[in-house]
Ligand binder design. Structure first.
Ligand code: NAP
Length: 322
């Protein structure tokens, strides 16, 4: 079996940018672009996004799926090969590494992991229906919150962690008022973020709805409200709003790698040196959301994909593999 120089697992902005760089460096990358693992499809989270308005170079915005097709076309143009399958197993315990899917098994001198992370959802039927239809339900306020449909409206954010406070605080710039719905009576967010939240409450821009969960999402084509349930007395009520933002955490797609790679408490891949792409296994690199619980943006993922390809290229050269 021939040994690939670089195998890339995952086809979001990080993986495809790594592919563009690796292909242009004549490494002939082979990408497992996935099929349906982790609830994602080839192209990653942006395939479920409508307008992307914050990716530089697109002054008019661009649809997520269209942008990912452009990334893929660019990677293909320079010779990236694609396998449209989910990776089912890896062996990173010895070199060359092994990467397996149902139909394929390849050996690789180096592997770039860019399997991303998936936003957690409440998994309510109407939540999923409206999220997929661009109906005002989103798991990324930074991505979608500035859209005109949310301006000067009453918006609901769910969660009590740093992300929820950060997203709620971001939305107060556009919304008439933001309601932070949290299932307990204390925030999980860090002290500094809590202070930020309470200041916004004082200013009348934010209201925290304690001990409450969202039990349904209302609206046909666009959200008209949510059903809230107080978890202390079980009372439910309808609450009108024109946007729902989930901020209840993310799950990185690291299940396949946990046996070999160091992960942090949130199961994100731990980078050997912050700001680089090296993992604890020599020859295995990580890029994008799978190793980033802070920024989680297409542009930062693309940037780290570039870094991983350059790190892999230099590492391969140091091993005498060119
Ligand atoms: P997180 O800290 O895990 O918080 C998730 C929040 O969602 C919790 O408040 C949790 O409630 C709530 N939640 C979880 N499942 C729920 C459900 N099914 N229904 C209702 N609520 C649910 O996640 P995160 O806020 O995304 O933060 C992840 C990591 O990134 C943290 O380490 C955080 O510090 C970091 N981060 C940092 C910054 C920053 O420093 N600027 C910004 C964003 C994230 P409970 O509290 O009841 O568990």
């Amino acid at each position: 079996m021939s040994v690939e120089k670089v195998v890339i697992v995952g086809s979001g902005p990080a993986g495809l940018t790594a592919a563009i760089y690796a292909a242009r460096a004549a490494l002939k990358p082979l990408m497992f672009e996935g099929f349906s693992a982790g609830g994602l499809i080839p192209g990653g989270q942006l395939m479920f996004t409508t307008d992307v308005e914050n990716y530089p170079g697109f002054p008019e915005g661009v649809m997520g799926p269209k942008m990912m097709k452009m990334f893929r076309d660019q990677a293909e143009r320079f010779g990236t090969r694609f396998i449209r399958e989910d990776v089912t197993q890896v062996d990173l315990s010895k070199r060359p590494f092994t990467v397996r899917s149902d139909e394929n098994e390849v050996q690789a001198h180096s592997v770039i992991i860019s399997t991303g992370a998936r936003a957690n959802w409440l998994e309510l039927p109407n939540e999923q229906r409206l999220a997929k239809a661009g109906g005002g339900v989103s798991a990324c306020a930074v991505c979608d919150g500035a859209l005109p449909v949310f301006r000067d409206q009453e918006l609901v954010v769910v969660g009590g962690g740093d992300s929820a406070v950060e997203e709620a605080s971001y939305l107060t710039k556009f919304a008439r008022k933001v309601y932070l719905v949290h299932r307990r009576d204390a925030l999980r967010a860090s002290q500094i973020m809590q202070e930020r939240a309470f200041k916004l409450v004082e200013e009348g821009k934010l209201e925290i709805v304690w001990d409450t969960q969202v039990t349904d999402v209302l609206g046909d084509e666009f959200i008209s409200g949510v059903e809230l349930q107080n978890i202390k007395n079980n009372e439910t009520r309808e609450f009108p709003c024109k946007g729902l933002f989930l901020a209840i955490g993310h799950t990185p797609n690291t299940e396949l790698f946990k046996e070999f790679l160091d992960l942090d408490d949130g199961k994100y891949i731990k980078l050997k040196t912050p700001g680089r792409s090296f993992t604890n296994v020599d020859g295995v690199f990580a890029a994008g959301d799978v190793a980033d619980h802070i920024y989680r943006q297409a542009v930062t993922a693309a940037g780290t994909g570039c870094m991983a390809a350059i790190d892999a290229e230099r590492w391969l050269a140091a091993q005498g593999i060119e």
